[in-house]
Design a protein around this ligand. Sequence first.
Ligand code: PMP
Length: 361
Amino acid sequence: MKRVHNFSAGPAALPEAVLEQARDELLSWGGVGASVMEISHRDKKFIQIAEAAEADLRELLGVPSNYRVLFLQGGATQQFALLPMNLARADQPVDYVLSGQWGQKAAKEAGTLAKVNILASSEANGGFVTAPELSGLTPSEGSAYVHITPNETIHGVEIFEDPSFGDVPVVADVSSNILSRPIDVSKYGVLYAGAQKNIGPSGLVVMVIREDLLARQPRKLPAILDYAKHAAQGSMLNTPPTFGWYMAGLVFQWLKREGGLAEMARRNAAKADKLYAYIDGSGWYSNKVDPRFRSRMNVPFFLPDAALDADFVKAAEAAGLFALKGHRDVGGMRASLYNAVPEAAVDALIAFMRHYAARHG
Ligand code: PMP
């Protein structure tokens, strides 16, 4: 069976070994004679899957013992609303650092629930091509948290430092770069990620949240929107996305087999460096992002003439290079290079780009 080189921004490529394992186990998991999709989340077989996934994620990320891990539904977007609900009073300031559209969306959603302050923004002329300097920023008086988006998927802007704002916890939307390199979890109050890039299928969101923040309880909430209630029930207040949780577990095992996050960091840097070096040296393609903040996960790039875009995408697809069309708000192309995208895919992309430029340049 033919598989493409998949550069999708999300839902995105998954490791082939994981897909094969899921296929092999699809009809009967662990000899039980039923699919993971067909067994209760309360069944001890599923509990075994769930606990192993959490333990592996904790090991991979180095999650300290005073943090809880939640496996929830609703995607990252739902967390844009649940974060201020769970962490801030309606009259309390919350600080947002903007380096792209996802942070903007998070701030807008929070605006209905708390007093949003844009602490810094790198938006210039309607676009984001860099990130704000984080050192030296002072959160608002009484701020509930500072929200950052360490990787802006649309603009290809990545923040590589683990920032600290004293006692004010950092909340980070790591949807598109979680598990791509080691981070210091202890610097964050909350990490959250939609699964569909580096973790597994969509429909699952993974949260890592410091225990003292669960105790904040700034307002009365329905149980289904309350992080503390989810944590108290082991993410099983209602039926969790069991198949997504299982797939996440397989991806975590794969990451451990492949050498963990240090090895992912090495591979991701190698892939991204190679592609940026080709773009910069081509004299034909371009990437406008400040080199200090160029994302290793999402590489937007432009042809000299946007009139060629549609033809480029079509020719790339014919060459087995899938999902390179850029985000509608940015235009051009975007190659997403998540953990499951092998260096061979980048080599194939560069070879195609070279050939295309030679024909049209
Ligand atoms: N944050 C970031 C950084 C994202 O890339 C995305 C999705 N591309 C989202 C949030 C929204 O995620 P979801 O669709 O799972 O709500």
